[in-house]
Design a protein around this ligand. Structure first.
Ligand SMILES: NC(=O)c1ccc[n+]([C@@H]2O[C@H](COP(=O)([O-])OP(=O)(O)OC[C@H]3O[C@@H](n4cnc5c(N)ncnc54)[C@H](O)[C@@H]3O)[C@@H](O)[C@H]2O)c1
Ligand SMILES: [Zn+2]
Length: 341
């Protein structure tokens, strides 16, 4: 097991990689704990939960709302929860985002921790202190920055994860490698089949290195003013593709990373050879690398990006694998790259 400590503005957060859900009791008080999970995670793992009161929510992005948060406040009140009550979210990014939001707001804040049960939440959602819910269809519109006391990343939980969910997690690991870490990228190239077979050591390295990369970037820029934008690599196109096609986030980001890499080649920053290495790696992780959809619709969605500033948008480009930079790019230029890639 490896432990990574992250010093956020609100508190220190410890991430335990390779720890087991079965040991959760070691990390929480012996009493006055409430677990929050979803139907599916409960179905698979309830028998491994410590014996505490449990609030179970539904699944899917549609339930990541203020209404679900309000239902949880209601249940906490009925349980007579106090300022000292410790909340633990056991689940993927949705459970963790909602738990963090509820814990940060209920009684002006109660202590909380996570057990991350999806690859995406282990490599991405559980680091960085962002918690929140969707509002009127807008993703993560209402939320807070606040760090959990701990995050347990248990690789065994990934065994029951549907393959498509797993692949979405790999897309974010590729992102971390591409923007910051050429060694991780090479390791991914050399261990693709092991990763797909959920080899424990390989997965733990993916999670560990992702947590280090994300937390290092976040620590330098916790409130997302400058460098944190690098973590949006592939996401400008990705979000627009996700919105228009409805494909899962990680698949959309995979295609978005290809467009961003193509623009980097066009700007004579990235070599053709490295561009093809990125495409090959994504393909080997069974991720899509081309857009099979109306390009104009994607551009229309991209023009509505809340992060755009006039005709420009902060966009992450690559100098090479492991070295990225944020530049202001004209929206019209993004339209051209989507047409020719
Ligand atoms: N806070 C952040 O910084 C951050 C970063 C990235 C993503 N997110 C958020 O995370 C959410 C997506 O997270 P996600 O991909 O983990 O989705 P998710 O939480 O919806 O989980 C995906 C599905 O897998 C099921 N599941 C979870 N663990 C399982 C397991 N071990 N075995 C079998 N099934 C399991 C869930 O019940 C769900 O149906 C989005 O809402 C996104 O906005 C937040
Ligand atoms: Zn993402």
């Amino acid at each position: 097991m490896k432990r990574i400590d992250i010093q956020g503005t609100t508190r220190r957060s410890s991430i335990y990689i390779g720890e087991s859900l079965k040991n959760l009791a070691r990390y929480i008080p012996s009493r006055d704990v409430v677990l929050i999970t979803d139907d599916r995670v409960s179905h698979y793992y309830k028998h491994d939960f410590p014996q505490f009161r449990t609030i179970t929510i539904g699944t899917g992005e549609r339930i990541k709302t203020m209404e679900t948060a309000a239902d949880i406040y209601q249940e906490l009140l009925a349980m007579n929860a106090q300022r000292s009550t410790f909340l633990v979210g056991i689940g993927g990014g949705i459970v963790c985002d909602i738990t963090g939001f509820v814990a940060s707001t209920f009684l002006r804040g109660v202590p909380f921790g996570f057990v991350s049960s999806t690859l995406l939440s282990q490599v991405d959602a559980s680091v960085g202190g962002k918690n929140g819910v969707n509002f009127q269809g807008f993703k993560n519109m209402v939320g807070v920055f606040n760090q959990p006391e701990f995050v347990i990343c248990d690789p065994d939980l990934l065994q029951t994860l549907p393959e498509r969910e797993l692949l979405c997690g790999f897309a974010e690991v590729v992102k971390h490698a591409v923007i910051e870490d050429p060694e991780l990228f090479a390791f991914m190239e050399n261990n693709t089949s092991e990763a797909l077979a959920l080899n424990r050591q390989v997965i733990e390295r993916f999670v560990h290195d992702s947590v280090v990369i994300k937390s290092t970037i976040v620590n330098r820029d916790e409130k997302e003013k400058g460098e944190r934008r690098k973590l949006n690599f592939g996401h400008t196109f990705g979000h627009a593709i996700e919105k228009t096609t409805g494909i899962p986030h990680g698949e959309a980001v995979s295609i978005g990373m290809v467009f961003a890499a193509a623009l980097s080649v066009r700007k004579a920053m990235l070599s053709e050879e490295e561009f093809h290495r990125i495409i090959r790696l994504l393909n080997n992780f069974k991720l899509p690398t081309s857009l099979d959809h109306d390009k104009q619709q994607v551009m229309d969605a991209l023009k509505k990006d809340k992060k755009r500033e006039g005709d420009h948008i902060h966009f992450v480009l690559l100098h090479r694998i492991g070295k990225s930079a944020v530049e202001k790019i004209a929206i019209s230029e993004l339209g051209r790259i989507i047409d020719i890639t």
